[in-house]
Each structure stands twice: as structure tokens, then as C-alpha cells.
Unconditional design. Sequence first.
Length: 473
Amino acid sequence: MRSMNWPAWVRLGDIVDLLRLSVPIAISRMAMMLMSMTDAVVLGQFAPGELPFVLNSWLPMGVTLGFSMGILIGVQVLTSEMLGVGRHAQSGRIFRRGLVAATALGVALLALVVLTAEPLFHWLFVEIAPSSDSANLANPEYVAASTASVTHILALALPGFTISTVCGLYLEALRRPTLVAIISYGGVLLNIVLDLAYVGGFWGLPQMGAEGVAIATTGSRYAIAVAMFVAVIFLTPAFRASPKAEPGEAKRQFEVGIGSAISNVAEWGGFNLTFTIATWISLSANTVYGYTIQLVGFCFMFYMGIASATSVRVAEAFGRGNKDEVVNAGRLGIAATILTGTTLGLLLVVFREPLSHLLVNKEALIDGVAIAPAIASLMFLAGAMTLFDGMQATASFALRAQEIVWSPSLIHIGSFFLVMLPACYWLGIVEGHGAKGMMEGALIGVFVAGTLQTLMLELKAARPLKGHAALKL
């Protein structure tokens, strides 16, 4: 058999190219989760009972972050298409269009979150929370007010986040993911220092618990945004003159983004609503479930690297109009995801005890529940969950890189809102399985999403390319 006929996942050149892109992207994406993990670990050592305030704050924050990341993904897709045909020097207009959108989004979302956080959490924890004798609802006004306070501080970071996101996507599309990773980890190191100062009470500062975490995150986000923007100015064609855009280019850029934004809102909103359901059970259930999901989220950053690299490779091939390369790039991404997911799932199970002790003080008790052993007991479910979570990400990214917008979004909405949330409520509250029921419901949701997105990708592989599939030199 001639080498050109081999499947993509056994062609060394394709594998090396995927690794060269995905590893630094995964490392840079992991920085975002490492900031969250650092916050959780520091809280787990100094104030584990306040983790629910941070987790619940991510309901409005996660939705806004996911929405903004989705809207801006068109910068990466269109820049990758231009790179695929050697026109990346003309991509400045793509970035500038995205930068204007990022700045406007950041300011608008900041105002929206600040205005809605307090009434939202009062409604969730005071007005509609299921009746319960558990400790978390003994003082629902305190839970609502504390969560709103943390959310207000985190919301201040939104403009910095959106600007750093558009810069990072542009740099990655121009195949500079290592630079993005270096800047991101500088932000992680700064976040650790600020966490120790504001949460741990180091250097004589008062311990501020969950609010200290929010201050650390906000400061770190702005530092990352400044560094990313400087890199874009000096190392890319972002502010060089560009030819006039082709008809419909701006529409395509934001159509891709809108579909991704809807998917992100469904996924991030769905997952963050599960923290609300877990809080309705008890603060201990929220803490146990929340820490376990933190580990799943950390694993998800590996998949984000594979998914983003797959998206770049698929978009480049799509821009050239090469159907075989499009199909092979997508399948290689899925194969890499399955291999990575199996490995990560096994690691979670094997190292469940030390991981649980790393996350939280092994002596920590909330509502009489020993937190660390409870987290360790959920690692089997977390290991299975992470595989399908990765599959849904890679497959949906590969579909959007072919400008297939609405099918992935509908799958995400159905999987997370119509399947996962009811399953979590039923198994966690109605059946009384607590944190274990929450994990079971989340696993069901990502299983449906991962399976359907992968099937959709394979169905697309059997059809001819459509859309803007061949840019002209």
C-alpha cells in the first residue's frame, strides 16, 4: 500500500503535526484550568467550606465566558483558512474585527453580570431551592449574598478575559501556541502568589476566603491580557494594512462564532447549573461534586489542545478544498482523543487517594462528611466521564472548522439541558444519591454529547464539502 493511502492516524507526518500543535495549545489551555484548580486547592487547605460560593459564581461567569469564547472562535477559524492558502499576512482585518467584538463583549457582559448576579442567586437559593433540612439551606440568604459578592469581583475580569482570548486564538491560528502557553503560565504563577496572599494570609494580609480567590483571578486575567496584546502587536500582522474583505467574510466570521457560542452556553451553563443542584442537596455535596468536576475540567484541557489543533488542521484543509485531508484530520483528532481519554481515566482511578488529598485537607469535614474520601470514591465515574467529554469537544470543533454551525449546537443543547440537568436532579435529589448521583447524571449527559457529535462528524465525512471550502490565491 502506498503511504499516501494510509489512514491519517498512522501517517507519521500527520501525527507529528497534530502533536506539534496540540501539546502547546493543551498546555496553554490548561493554564485557565490551573488557575481554577489553584483557587480550589488553596481554598481546600484554608477555607474548604467556601468553595461552593466560587463554584456557584460560575453559573453567570461560565455562561458569559463560554459565550464570548464562542463568538470569538471565528478569528481562529478564518485565520487558519488564510494560513492554509498562504494569505495569513493579510489576516489583520480578521483580528481587528475580533478585537472590537471582544472589547464590546467584555464591557457589556461585565455590566450584565453585575446587574443580575444578586437577584439571580437570591432566586436560586432563597425562592426556588427545594425544601431541605440540610445545613446549606439553613441560611440561604447567606449563601446567595456570599455567591453574589464573589461573582461581582470575578465579573471585573471579563474585559481582560475577552481581549486575552481573541489574542490567544489569533496567535494559535498563526501557529504560535507556545507563546500563548508561556504567557498563560506567567498568569498562573501570578495567580498562585495572589492566592497565597489573599486566601492564605501570607505576608501579613488578612485571609479573605472566596473573595480573595476572586481578587487573585481578576488581577491575573488583566496581566495575561496585557502580555497577549503586546505579543500580537509586535509578532503578528494584526495591525498591518489588509486588502478589502471578500463579500460575506464578516458574516462568516460571526456565524461560526454564534454557533460555537450557543454550544458553549449549553455546555458551560449546563455544567454550572449542576453546581446549583448540588448546593440544593447540601454544601458538602456541592464541595465533593465540585472538586471532582475540577479534576474532570483539568483533564478537559488536554482535549481542548487536541480539539483546537484539530480545528486548525481541518480549517486549513477546508480552506484548500481538500476533502481527504479534512476527513483524515478529523479522524486523527478523534483517535488521539480516545487514546488520551483512556489514559487520563485510568490515571484518575489509580491515583484517586493522593489526588483527593491534594485537592482538600484530608481532615476536612463539612456537615459531618469527610470530603477527601468522598471525592476519591467518585473517581471511577470521573474517569469514564472524561473520555466522552473529550470526544464531544474534538468532534464539535472539527465540525465547526468545516463551517457546520447549528448541528453541534443543537446536540449540546439537547445533551446538557434536556439530558444532563434532569438526570442530575433525579439521581442527586429525587433518588437521594447525593454527589454520586450528580456525577452519574453528568456522565449520562457527556456520553450522549460525545456519541452524537462523533457520529455527526462521521456522517459529514461521507458527504461532499460545502460552503466556503476553497479560498482563492
